[in-house]
Design a protein around this ligand. Structure first.
Ligand code: PGA
Length: 247
């Protein structure tokens, strides 16, 4: 069944301190329960702290994980270890991982498969660069990124998959996609999945890229937008609460 509540996933990237996290969750606890499902991805070092401090409905997850569950991979995060910690999800294939850390579609496929096998929910990030959009290649890029990532996903694992459409040119730039642009891309992504899983109509597709309290409402009104993956505006508790309260 298609979710009736949006998912507002905060991607804190390499931000926040123990002190700011404590204040963030204290603020949320002082507010009434908002409409949205609340998901937060802090830095790895703060995962346990967030599990301790967050209100019980808030789902905590990682920003990235390895393609292996154990082994000689210095500095990496084990998907099985994340699941063992009781975490709900991991993000995979964020555009910063793709561009700054040179993660290829093949790497992302391995990570996604391993994370789903470990029992985690996965938010797979996809999106085109400005050059690709201007060259008319948006759909081609989305098709490659989605189809390569899902190459080895079993139909029953699709229930734990979410996709975030994040146009690279909209991330951290203050320049969000228009609701029309986002809706077109989301509907295209949903169409890519229709032959893979009976439940493709229910698969949550989040929009990401300069989502703020003043543009969330028009984005959520689009029929194929099921929530948002939010960077900058998820760092301040009042803004995050406003995003989660939007209908
Ligand atoms: P932004 O980041 O909301 O700051 O644009 C979104 C993201 O990177 O997921």
């Amino acid at each position: 069944m298609r979710r009736t509540r949006p998912i507002i996933a905060g991607n804190w990237k390499m931000n926040q301190t123990r002190e700011s996290i404590t204040a963030f969750f204290q603020f949320l606890k002082g507010q009434s329960l908002p409409h949205a499902e609340r998901w937060i991805a802090p830095q790895a070092m703060h995962l346990s702290l967030c599990q301790q401090l967050a209100p019980s409905d808030v789902k905590i997850g990682a920003q990235n994980c390895s393609w292996e569950n154990s082994g000689a991979l210095t500095g990496e995060l084990s998907p099985a270890g994340l699941a063992d910690l009781g975490l709900h999800f991991t993000i995979i294939g964020h555009s910063e991982r793709r561009s700054l850390f040179h993660e290829s579609d093949a790497t992302i496929e391995r990570k996604l498969t391993r994370a789903l096998d470990a029992g985690l929910n996965v938010i797979l990030c996809v999106g085109e660069t400005l050059n690709e959009r201007e060259a008319g290649e948006t759909e081609q890029i989305l098709a490659i990124q989605v189809q390569s990532a899902l190459a080895n996903v079993a139909p029953q694992q699709m229930e734990r998959l979410l996709i975030a459409y994040e146009p690279v040119w909209a991330i951290g730039t203050g320049k969000s996609a228009t609701p029309d642009m986002a809706q077109t891309a989301h509907a295209f992504i949903r169409s890519l999945l229709s032959d893979r899983a009976a439940q493709s109509a229910d698969l949550p597709i989040l929009y990401g890229g300069s989502v703020k309290p003043d543009n969330i409402q028009e984005l959520l009104r689009c029929p194929d937008i099921d929530g948002a993956l939010v960077g900058g505006a998820s760092l301040k508790a009042a803004d995050y609460h406003a995003l989660c309260s939007a209908k």
